[in-house]
Design a protein around this ligand. Structure first.
Ligand code: GLN
Length: 532
């Protein structure tokens, strides 16, 4: 079967949860036995979100093949349990970069290079790229931004053209909007939805299904009104009511017959009811915890939830796996000093020190780690969190008072964390870190080996600095064990303190690979340790 395409646009306001809707629909189609992937087209000029501040755009999600992508790809992977790649996230910047490079190469000699057809052709080429090798029955494409934005117009135009080119039954479009509730009038309002759909129609795209985000159930009358005014079939307007968990949304969408509408429109002979047995098991555990645990998340981007999306989700998965609710207490590392550290961390069952870049909040992280180490509180440090646990140990156990990462203190006499060799030549910032999946060999007899239950693992990376091998012997003698190495380069990928209840720092990011159906072993054991 040729791949079929589902386009998802959003209107009225941003942050409606298009990514979750896309992931939920994909989950339902996958649970019907179809092969599905999701891709996201983002209308900004950055080549990828790797250069964006997490405060502006939330977490940067890293794929196996080392693409720095939008955090929605994290949702796609968590819901579907399958890997995405660079091809699954494309920005306006990447499209223009390709077209302008081709122009310089002479690919369009004699022609004026224009948005239509050159930019839109490149968008369409990328939209259909994953459909080339017959790997997928259905490709869902989420268009970032809101309909009517200047930036998203070429993407909407590309959707229009594809819908015009492809057979009726090979593509469809879904529009997600908001139906606000006016408290004063005690009424749900459909006008913003009507206007948003009109915008889409002006661009030549007629949605087949309208999904309305709402805080209150939509009556049949309201659904009918939206259908009539927006020119979609009755029954093709469905509600997406606020859910208690994002993982509940696939079930809500199924109850609204979304997956059924899609297979019918795409004329896929699929009469299977989605098999969501494992998903439901997870949801049951998530909603019936028998105990609780308090975890401090120490980082510098804590005021924005989305900045640590994958970590927060991995904690949710690990909590469910341990039959417990994880209460996350975010702590801004900038605020922590040697004197007040206990005020923030006393009573916590576990301390997680987050990844990050630059100097702000670094010393606070070091104090938090010292507190975890000296008070035998389960500790998990990720990337910068691992690097700072090495610094803390060097300063307070080895006695190297000025030990540091050269990221912040280039002149330290004890550069226990230093720039990776291959990074020394790099001046460009975008896409130049050590990125994506790398092998790691765990040493037998270590906690890490016990947790993973095997010797050879692969995890994803995003960093420039590394554990300085010159100090490996000092650390080992004082008790900080390097429990895993990259088999090719010898880089230290994970460290641990065997004398401690649970003290692990990983240079890689385990959070990217945790899913509800396959919680990550490191997070699982971290929560287990926190429970004891
Ligand atoms: N800033 C550190 C580095 O580049 C850590 C990066 C991270 O935490 N992802 O090595």
């Amino acid at each position: 079967m040729e791949s079929k395409y589902v386009f998802i646009t959003g209107g009225v306001v941003s942050s409606l949860g298009k990514g979750i809707i896309a992931a939920s629909l994909a989950k339902l189609l996958q649970a019907r036995g179809l092969r599905v992937t999701i891709q996201k087209f983002d209308p900004y000029i950055n080549i990828d979100p790797g250069t964006l501040n997490p405060y502006e755009h939330g977490e940067c999600y890293v794929t196996e093949d080392g693409a720095e992508t939008d955090l929605d790809l994290g949702h796609y992977e968590r819901f579907l349990g399958v890997h995405t790649s660079q091809a699954n996230n494309v920005t306006t910047g990447r499209i223009y970069n390709t077209v302008i490079t081709k122009e310089r190469e002479g690919a369009y000699l004699g022609k004026t290079v224009q948005i239509v057809p050159h930019i839109t052709d490149e968008i369409k080429r990328r939209m259909t790229l994953l459909g080339q090798d017959g790997k997928y029955d259905i490709i869902l494409t989420e268009i970032g931004g809101t309909v009517g934005d200047m930036e998203s117009q070429p993407f909407i135009e590309a959707v229009r053209q594809l819908q015009w080119e492809l057979p009726e039954e090979d593509c469809m479009s879904i529009h997600l909007t908001l139906v606000p509730f006016l408290n004063a009038a005690k009424e749900l309002k459909t006008k913003p939805t009507q206007h948003s759909v009109q915008k889409l129609q002006q661009s030549g795209v007629q949605p087949d299904v309208i999904i309305c985000r709402t805080e209150h159930p939509l009556s049949d009358d309201i659904k009918r009104k939206v259908a009539l005014f927006c020119n979609v079939k009755p029954g093709h307007v469905i509600q997406s009511i606020d859910a208690w968990s994002i993982y509940q949304v696939p079930l809500n969408m199924h109850a609204e017959h979304l997956d059924e509408l899609v297979v019918r429109k795409l004329q896929i002979e699929n009469f299977n009811a989605p098999d969501l047995t494992r998903w439901n098991e997870f949801l049951y555990r998530l909603s019936h915890p028998s105990r609780e645990v308090d975890i401090a998340l120490v980082g510098k981007y804590v005021s924005l939830q989305d900045a640590y999306k994958s970590i927060l989700e991995a904690l949710v998965h690990a909590g469910a796996a341990n039959d417990c609710k994880v209460n996350v207490h975010t702590v801004l590392s900038d605020d922590i000093t040697e004197e007040n550290v206990a005020d923030y961390l006393k009573g916590m069952n576990g301390i997680l020190v987050a990844p990050g870049f630059g100097g702000r909040g670094l010393e606070g992280k070091v104090h938090a780690i010292r507190y975890a180490r000296e008070n035998n509180i389960p500790f998990l440090g990720i990337c910068l969190g691992m690097q700072m646990c090495v610094v803390e140990f060097a300063r307070n156990v080895l006695g190297y008072a000025d030990a540091a990462s050269t990221e912040l203190y280039p002149d330290t006499t004890h550069p226990v964390i230093d720039l990776m060799e291959e990074q020394k030549k790099t001046t460009m910032k975008g896409g130049t870190m050590r990125l994506g999946a790398y092998d790691c060999k765990l040493a037998k007899g270590t906690l890490a080996y016990d947790i993973y239950g095997c010797e050879n693992i692969s995890e994803r990376h995003r960093h420039r600095y590394e554990f300085n091998a010159k100090y490996a012997k000092d650390f080992a003698e004082a008790g900080l064990v390097a429990s895993g190495h990259n088999p090719q380069t010898g880089l230290t990928e994970i460290v641990e303190l065997p004398t401690h209840k649970f003290f692990i720092g990983s240079q890689f990011h385990p959070e990217y690979k945790s899913t509800p159906e396959k919680p990550h072993p490191l997070f699982r054991r971290f929560i287990q340790a926190a429970l004891q």
